[in-house]
Design a protein around this ligand. Structure first.
Ligand code: FE2
Length: 310
């Protein structure tokens, strides 16, 4: 069984050229998947992807979120992964994430409906979880965070490889991101990130921003009680990689390097950046998001690796 679980985000996939592959509305015959996708030759799985995408496509902001009728097979995938990840979070997740997850209290035996996750998270921090049919444009995805809206896919990874997903499925979105959004400190950081993305008008500035997002809220680590723990949704939703991140090359916190370092979304991350503490991460990352705009981006590039510490 392939247990490689690179944490892949909507934002990263879009930069690599992926798009909403759901075809036209009402088309439930075939959902396009890349040749190396675990479900590419499974017609039933592709039909499920189309049907679930149609639910997200029909959603309108402010309207009730329609339920997806998940199959017993999909519930089983959720159950297996949720149980395994919960055990690993005890060992590898930072305290603030665990507090958020405890507050959100996702079901462990079945795929949760976004309707119920949205109600729970919104009651805790005012953040909404909103369904989307597939991948959304990068600026829209980040920009929604400024409105305290997290746009989430609803499909489940292929049952043949429950610990692997080549794209952001509901396990990544909800166990990785929604649990974090149940913590008010993280919710504020996500909103600040959304505001920063809106001030990044050029593609270059958005690229720098999204790389910082990648090395922090997707793959960030920090020191807590003498141990390296993670607050990154990519690691927190990744059955295989969460066990491996302590073996990566762990560099000190460096926003200038994060914003310019290329990464490969298809493999375990070989380089991670560690904050010296949770509070330091919140202060430094929050200050970066709050002060980020075109001018700040230019200044950071001009100073190269020696960008002023925030
Ligand atoms: Fe993500």
């Amino acid at each position: 069984m392939n247990i490689c679980v690179p944490g892949i985000t909507i934002e990263a996939m879009l930069r690599s050229g992926a798009s909403d592959r759901t075809g036209t509305e009402g088309d439930t015959a075939a959902f396009e998947l890349p040749d190396d996708h675990p479900g590419v030759s499974d017609r039933a799985y592709r039909a499920r992807r189309s049907a679930i995408a149609a639910v997200g496509r029909a959603h309108r902001r402010g309207q009730p979120i329609a339920d997806v009728e998940y199959t017993s097979e999909e519930d089983e995938v959720w159950r297996i992964v949720a149980h395994e990840l919960a055990r690993k979070h005890e060992r590898f997740a930072c305290r603030a994430y665990r507090d958020g997850a405890a507050a959100v209290t996702l079901p462990t035996e079945r795929v949760p409906q976004l309707r119920e996750v949205d109600a729970r998270v919104h009651g805790l921090t005012g953040f909404h979880i909103e369904p989307v049919p597939g991948l959304v444009p990068t600026r829209e995805f980040y920009g929604s965070l400024a409105d305290r809206v997290f746009r989430s896919t609803q499909y489940v990874r292929h049952h043949s490889v429950p610990f692997y997903t080549p794209e952001p499925d509901i396990i990544h979105e909800i166990i990785g991101h929604a649990n974090m959004l149940g913590n008010p400190v993280f919710a504020d950081l996500y909103e600040a990130a959304g505001n920063a993305s809106r001030r990044a008008e050029s593609d270059a500035a958005l690229d720098f921003f999204s790389k910082v997002f990648w090395f922090t809220l997707e793959f960030g680590v920090l020191w807590e009680d003498g141990e390296l723990r993670t607050y990154g949704a990519g690691l927190l939703s990744s059955y295989g990689e969460i066990e491996e991140f302590r073996n990566a090359e762990v560099r000190p916190w460096d926003l200038a390097r994060m914003g310019t370092l290329e990464y490969d979304i298809t493999r375990y991350q070989p380089v991670l950046f560690a904050a010296e503490s949770f509070d330091r991460m919140v202060d430094d990352l929050g200050a970066f998001f709050d002060g980020y705009d075109e001018e700040d981006h230019e200044r950071r590039l001009a100073t190269g690796g020696g960008a002023p510490a925030v």
